[in-house]
Design a protein. Structure first.
Length: 210
């Protein structure tokens, strides 16, 4: 499996992510706009020369998704944002260095997760147009498959990253389609940055690790 490491840029990203969480608490809008894509870009950069180009491109697509989802017209930007992150997850799946095979001990929990997500979101998503309905269904399947394949690798960072993504996307979906709580955005971004950092650190090349 790939060498893991922590880049100095990842440490900087962690500090700026913490500042972003403070900006969320105090609703510093301009600070959030600057930091949200910047943090993900800093997470991405150390993987540029890493063993998997797919992870680097996936992280860049995540930067694009971050940008779409923070634009003022969030309803119009939801599908572009969803497609950006969907493509990123597909790239992560291709990057996880293990043949895809059936392990029922791993498949059952993630199958239950996907089924539970779909069932809970049904009432909210059925009110949306067909594009959103299809996008959400495909996204749920893809995030569950990513977590499944990460578990097959037995790489602690990849497993942690995929589980953080499951939590982040679950909160985001609940907030958008069901019930919104004041803490949702904080929970989404905290687990999102943790997810991206974990996955990126699994693909930091030796010369970038500090």
């Amino acid at each position: 499996m790939q060498r893991t490491g922590v880049s100095s840029l990842h440490l900087t990203a962690a500090v700026l992510a913490s500042l972003y969480m403070v900006a969320l608490c105090f609703n510093w809008t301009n600070v959030k706009y600057v930091l949200k894509p910047t943090v993900t870009l800093l997470i991405a950069w150390p993987t540029a020369k890493g063993p998997s180009r797919a992870v680097f491109i996936g992280l860049l697509l995540s930067v694009l998704g971050d940008t779409f989802l923070m634009l003022p017209d969030q309803e119009a930007m939801f599908i572009p944002g969803l497609l950006s992150f969907l493509a990123a997850h597909i790239l992560y799946i291709t990057a996880f260095d293990i043949p895809l095979h059936v392990s029922w001990a791993v498949a059952v929990p993630f199958g239950i997760f996907a089924a539970t997500m779909a069932a809970n979101l049904y009432d909210g998503v059925e009110k949306e147009d067909v594009a959103v309905q299809i996008g959400v269904a495909v996204y749920i399947f893809t995030i569950a498959l990513m977590a499944y394949k990460a578990a097959l690798t037995q790489n602690t960072l990849l497993i942690a990253g995929s589980l953080f993504f499951c939590v982040s996307d679950s909160i985001l979906a609940w907030d958008k389609f069901l019930v919104s709580y004041p803490w949702c955005e904080f929970g989404v971004m905290l687990t999102y940055y943790a997810a991206q950092l974990c996955i990126a650190m699994a693909y930091v090349p030796p010369n970038e690790a500090r």
